[in-house]
Write a protein that binds this ligand. Structure first.
Ligand SMILES: NC(=O)c1ccc[n+]([C@@H]2O[C@H](COP(=O)([O-])OP(=O)(O)OC[C@H]3O[C@@H](n4cnc5c(N)ncnc54)[C@H](O)[C@@H]3O)[C@@H](O)[C@H]2O)c1
Length: 446
């Protein structure tokens, strides 16, 4: 069985490598020739735990191939998985330009029957439109089928999630094609659910919107904790012990980011507009999140009045730990705001520095360690809960900083320990520690 995966980003590369790992002959195609050249040498252009090792192994064993050549990618393939990006348009809708370009390439290159499997996250109705598009391009003697197979892996644990997926969603109106796609996943031994195409498309958006809702909900509760004097860690724990609620995604912080939740919630909102349906919860979830992303910056501004000339350190740049992805990362928004304030900014991240450097160039100081980043700082912001940051010794902040003020957007430290370390410590949904009178006046629970 010959499989092509179109797009070698976080989803496509992990999918292609994992398919090769279970024994399929896989060709990964991308229009980015530089990426293909890097991958062909066994090097992984993204940070994803375990991926480079598995990539090298499958390249050496001859099951994995990379190409930027249309003919060798599509001409004789049985299954073509499309995993190209569907980023956000300016109006919040999903940009389907990359998908349509990929489909046009496939249509122009196919020489035999194939099943086109759409893994990219796409609005309801897109798979049907893609099928119509293909029918117009390909010659009559070639038969194509289109199957929706949305992806649920999480960056940072992509391989683990592929091998231990909670479910494989397969949406098609053609039972035979659906079963064929299900059989590709058999070596992974995970449960699958087969639905009509539109339901599969919506399962993906509804799942992400629900997870985003949990995050915005707990962040609202955290904000309420700050007003009432309750502690969000205890509240979330107490809530999560109820099996109907579940403990996952009840971690208060500075809002969700990344390449999926922000764009998918907005694309779903656009879809509801299209159908003239007012999805009230969804609108609130989006609004709460953008407000939450401002919280630490606003608190710092309140505390210092102006941040001009202040030496600031931002710890953690990726939107979450174990990835180098900075798309919609709260840290990036914070850095932009600190710039506007004319603060001095040093940053640290174990994996994402390269991507941040592409954005901000020499305007930031890129530290190799937490020590280097916080040395001489007046204020530190923790934005990503990398182990290198959560396990960093609290005692070193007062030792290395000029003024030990720590804003922790991920609640990494125990309040009593922060208090004992003599830090001014402001986290999310918990009482502020070692605050001065000015902050008490601002309504912080001291
Ligand atoms: N990143 C995630 O964690 C995740 C999880 C689940 C679902 N998804 C969805 O999967 C899709 C892909 O996401 P991603 O994060 O892997 O994207 P990405 O931006 O990391 O990668 C997309 C890749 O597609 C390539 N590409 C663009 N146009 C192409 C074309 N015409 N032909 C061939 N290649 C082309 C790009 O060069 C790039 O390498 C999106 O729809 C996303 O919403 C992503």
């Amino acid at each position: 069985m010959e499989i092509t995966v179109v797009g070698t980003g976080y989803v496509g590369l992990v999918t292609g490598v994992c398919f090769a790992e279970v024994g399929y002959n896989v060709t990964c195609f991308d229009i980015d020739e530089q990426k293909i050249s890097t991958l062909s040498k066994g090097r992984c252009p993204i940070y994803e735990p375990g991926l480079e090792e598995m990539l090298k192994k499958n390249l050496e064993e001859g099951r994995l191939h990379f190409t930027a050549d249309l003919k060798s990618a599509f001409a004789t393939m049985d299954f073509i998985f499309i995993t190209v990006g569907t980023p956000e348009n300016e109006d919040g809708s999903a940009n389907l330009g990359y998908l349509e370009a990929a489909v046009a390439d496939i249509g122009a290159s196919l020489t035999r029957n194939a099943v086109i499997v759409i893994k990219s996250t796409v609005p309801v109705g897109t798979n049907e439109r893609i099928y119509q598009m293909l029918k117009e391009i390909i010659p009559d003697h070639i038969q194509v089928k289109v199957v929706s197979n949305p992806e649920f892996l999480r960056e940072g644990s992509g391989i683990l999630d592929t091998f231990h997926a909670d479910r494989i969603v397969i949406g098609t109106d053609d039972r035979e094609a659906g079963s064929a796609v299900a059989s590709i996943y058999e070596p992974f031994g995970r449960p699958n659910i087969q639905t009509d195409i539109r339901s599969a498309e919506l399962i993906k958006y509804a799942s992400n919107a629900f997870l985003a809702t949990k995050i915005s909900f707990i962040n609202e509760v955290a904000n309420l904790c700050e007003h009432t004097g309750a502690n969000i860690e205890d509240v979330a724990k107490g809530m999560g012990m109820d099996e109907r609620i579940g403990s996952q995604f009840l971690k208060a912080g500075i809002g969700y980011g990344g390449s999926c939740f922000p764009k998918d919630t907005k694309a779903l909102e656009k879809l509801t507009d299209y159908y003239n349906y007012d999805f009230k919860i969804l609108r609130s979830v989006i609004e709460v999140n953008s407000r939450q992303k401002q919280q630490l910056f606003l608190k710092a501004k309140e505390m210092f009045g102006s941040l001009q000339g202040k030496r600031t350190a931002v710890l953690g740049l990726a939107f979450k730990p174990h990835t180098d992805d900075i798309r919609e990362a709260p840290a990036i928004e914070l850095i932009a705001q600190l710039f506007e304030e004319q603060a001095d900014i040093s940053v640290y991240d174990p994996a994402a520095v390269g991507k941040v450097e592409e954005l901000f160039g020499s305007r930031l100081y890129y530290a190799d360690s937490v020590d280097m980043a916080i040395k001489g700082a007046d204020v530190v912001f923790i934005m990503t809960e990398w182990p290198q940051i959560t396990q960093y010794d609290l005692g070193r902040y007062p030792l290395l900083m000029r003024e030990p003020v720590l804003f922790d957007g991920r609640n990494c430290y125990d309040l009593a320990e922060a208090e004992a370390a003599g830090l001014t410590y402001i986290s999310v949904g918990r009482r502020a520690v070692n605050m001065n009178q000015k902050l008490e006046n601002l309504g912080f629970q001291v």
